[in-house]
Design a protein around this ligand. Structure first.
Ligand code: COA
Length: 415
């Protein structure tokens, strides 16, 4: 069966996490992704957080599946020529260097356009144009600058960053959408274009509801679904909302049986209005279904703490999975707090290819997250990440270099 992006060639100049997540997705959709790395060291993540001496780290292997690796010294004049040939034969160049690095290498947008007017040049940067545009940025900087940290955590504690890599992987996802959109437009215009995904913008996009709340706060001075209501105070900016749900259906994380020993024996419980009577029945508070102090969603808002404490008395008598089974029978929205260990062992995630076991010639078998986006006509086969420079000869031969020319380039240190 063919793949959605068959025939698309990506010149992958990405490193660390944000760019590689983007090109990995494109590879899973069928693009031929040629990763250009510095000879000798390669992507810095190959050796970061290593768990096996001399084997590419999980950091690298889990972000670079289905790609080919070529090593080129892009500061060497002959290396630059190889790169020029590659630019002419590819559809998209993806990069996430520090601002200006590609220009300093001699590959400005204008130069790339001269070489290949159909080329799409896609970049992740920390910030868009403005006061911080020249800054280098990593994940947590983006979470802080994009509004995630100031709105995450508890009101009486400092800002908190999340385990989800919304700055890096989130921006990679945004960039991938920009690239396929630009490829689609190119089918009509015949021209390439620049695609920019700034990490601050990507995080802010994912924090859209908090900008919504900022404006609600400014208009009304209070947000009744926040835990600060009715006893706490609201300041000028959206406060941290603990585990409150982001929407109109109040929710909270509640202890389950075994919480004293198991840090993940918790459940997320949503008091969705349409199933309120069922919730009352399950927890043995039938009278709340008709009591005007509790029967309506608006009457419940000032009492959420008391209500969740009562529900928790019930959830603490069940394991999170027992509680799930019971609540799901009544269509009460809830979710277990799953540990990474539980997720890694989850057989249903293995079956769908969301968790995949991959074999690697140096490190052996390891688990990875497969393609989270499933296309019915473009199935994903996850193959291992390339060794450093594994495909240099193969790719150079494809773009017209003879074995003798490749030997010369190698002896000159260009590849
Ligand atoms: N041959 C020769 N030189 C190469 C090369 C190659 N194949 N590949 C890269 N280089 C050079 C670059 O030209 C650059 O040189 P310069 O500084 O002289 O112009 C240099 O290697 C390093 O690039 P840089 O991006 O500055 O790396 P860094 O390790 O100092 O910074 C980041 C890392 C992530 C902070 C930075 O790249 C960045 O801010 N990127 C944009 C935001 C981003 O994606 N952040 C998320 C990371 S997960």
């Amino acid at each position: 069966m063919g793949k959605a992006l068959d025939g698309v060639r990506i010149l992958d100049f990405t490193h660390v996490q944000s760019g590689p997540t983007c090109t990995q997705l494109l590879a899973w959709f069928g693009a031929d992704v040629i990763k250009v790395e510095k000879a000798g060291t390669g992507d810095i993540t190959r050796e970061q957080l290593r768990d096996i001496p001399d084997a590419d780290s999980l950091y690298f292997t889990m972000l670079n599946h289905n790609k080919r690796s070529v090593t080129i010294d892009t500061k060497n004049p002959e290396g630059k020529k190889v790169l020029e040939t590659l630019i002419k034969s590819c559809d998209v160049l993806v990069e996430n260097f520090a601002p200006g690095a590609l220009d300093r290498m001699g590959f400005s947008w204008e130069r790339i356009q001269e070489l290949n007017p159909r080329m799409i040049v896609a970049s992740v940067k920390g910030f868009g144009p403005g006061p911080y545009e020249d800054c280098k940025v990593y994940e947590n900087v983006a979470q802080c600058a994009g509004g995630a940290a100031s709105t995450t955590g508890f009101d009486d504690g400092p800002p908190v960053v999340s385990g989800a890599q919304i700055g890096d992987s989130g921006t990679g996802l945004h960039l991938a959408l920009g690239i396929v959109t630009a490829l689609y437009q190119r089918t009509m215009t015949g021209r390439g274009q620049k695609v920019l995904a700034a990490m601050q913008d990507g995080v802010l996009n994912l924090c859209r509801v908090k900008l919504r709340d900022q404006q609600r706060l400014e208009r009304t001075g209070v947000m009744k679904e926040y835990p600060q209501y009715p006893n706490g105070t609201f300041g000028e900016a959206v406060p941290r909302a603990g585990n409150a749900s982001g929407g109109g259906q109040p929710g909270w994380i509640l202890k389950c049986k075994g919480w004293e020993a198991d840090p993940n024996a918790y459940i997320y419980f949503i008091t969705q209005a349409p199933v309120w009577a069922k919730i009352c029945n399950v927890i043995g508070k039938e009278e709340w279904a008709t009591d005007p102090e509790y029967a309506t969603a608006s009457a419940r808002l000032p009492r959420l703490q008391e209500i969740f404490a009562e529900i928790e008395r019930w959830t603490m008598t069940k394991t999170k999975f027992e509680a799930m089974d019971i609540l799901n029978k009544y269509d009460i929205p809830c979710g277990p707090i799953l540990s990474m260990k539980e997720i890694a062992e989850d057989q249903s995630l293995r079956k769908t290819g969301t968790i995949v076991e991959v074999d690697h010639p140096v490190r052996g078998k390891y688990l990875t997250v497969g393609n989270p986006i499933k296309l019915s006509d473009s199935p994903t086969d996850v193959t291992r990440s390339p060794l450093l420079g594994e495909h240099t000869d193969e790719v150079l031969a494809e773009i017209g270099y003879s074995p003798e020319q490749i030997d010369v380039l190698r002896s000159e240190g260009a590849i």
